[in-house]
Design a protein around this ligand. Sequence first.
Ligand SMILES: *[C@@H]1O[C@H](CO)[C@@H](O)[C@H](O)[C@H]1NC(C)=O
Ligand SMILES: *[C@@H]1O[C@H](CO)[C@@H](O)[C@H](O)[C@H]1NC(C)=O
Ligand SMILES: *[C@@H]1O[C@H](CO)[C@@H](O)[C@H](O)[C@H]1NC(C)=O
Length: 337
Amino acid sequence: MFRMLLCLWIVAVSASDLDRSADDALIEELQSLMGQEQWWPKGGNAKLPRKTWERWKQCQQPGFPSLLRDNRTRTSVRAAHVKVMEWLVRHHRDHPRRKQLADSIGQRLVHLGLVTHPYQWAEVLNEQLSSFPVLDPHTDPIPWPGVAKALQWLETNYTLLLSAFHGAAKHHRFREHPEGLHLTGLWETAYISRERCNRKSYPEVCHLLEVIDEIWPKVDEAEAMEAVLEARFARLHPGTAVVEHTADTNQRIKIHCGIENPSNVTMFIGHAQVCWQPGRCYLVDDSYAHHISSEDSDQPRTILELKVAHPDLVWADYLDEEDGTLVPKRSGGRSEL
Ligand SMILES: *[C@@H]1O[C@H](CO)[C@@H](O)[C@H](O)[C@H]1NC(C)=O
Ligand SMILES: *[C@@H]1O[C@H](CO)[C@@H](O)[C@H](O)[C@H]1NC(C)=O
Ligand SMILES: *[C@@H]1O[C@H](CO)[C@@H](O)[C@H](O)[C@H]1NC(C)=O
């Protein structure tokens, strides 16, 4: 019953040829922006090799969408779009037509049948997994009992999380976010669990993560995969702009729990938004484009962020996170999760 509901939720993808002249106009406009890049105090530069445009031109060939059958090709064509998107949103962030251009790139992926939602521009997109930008357990039904329970346990144990955060701040465990996604300001993380949980510094949080791991939807004992893949605090300081971005895959999603957010700093994700409240937790699929900005006058915002396996992987296929090819079920590939 449950499984049926989830399957119905997945929208069938239909593809059609691109409109040649409209697409030429899009490519031309994007290319006209080359050489006019905006540079930022922080983060790397998004590069746009010639190869990427060649891949883009190929997509115009009549009948091209029908060639997009195998997952390796689908992944690589999505990747060519993600590259252009990353270059556009980083280096032309303040361009008056940035939003329209980003929408056109997203719609191009929809036309090609590579995504169902123009904002979900992740490379390795597992199309069997149910999809939502944000689920708030206080307003949305959570269709997996183990996930609902995990969110509830995190919320009822808020004081424990808060004191773990105070410990991390007091002992200077925060480091600047390494991925170069913030253009200005300061975005920091303090890891609780990476390869393994830091029991010495966070004994109680580690215990909580263990019980969450146990109740998270699992395939079966033999194929048990870890549910909680990573846990960290993330603190966004005043005057920080995190550029629009997506995760590389929707096979790992996030739980965000508000620790402190006195200025109501808000994340925009897909068509939704999250204004983290202390002691409240949200399920976030960060394969949807998202961005955050805080004002100079805002106070820091801190959340607990868990990276978790998508609960639908209990029944769905699993894709290789490098090239998007199908990992045979009983090969042990899932243990890599
Ligand atoms: C491609 O991936 C989808 C999941 O996104 C899966 O359902 C399908 O079987 C895969 N196709 C092939 C040919 O491996
Ligand atoms: C805290 O988490 C535990 C699981 O570790 C759970 O049993 C308990 O109900 C939660 N809430 C409180 C208030 O302890
Ligand atoms: C932040 O949002 C909460 C909940 O909506 C509200 O009660 C509070 O007044 C807001 N705070 C500020 C500073 O806007």
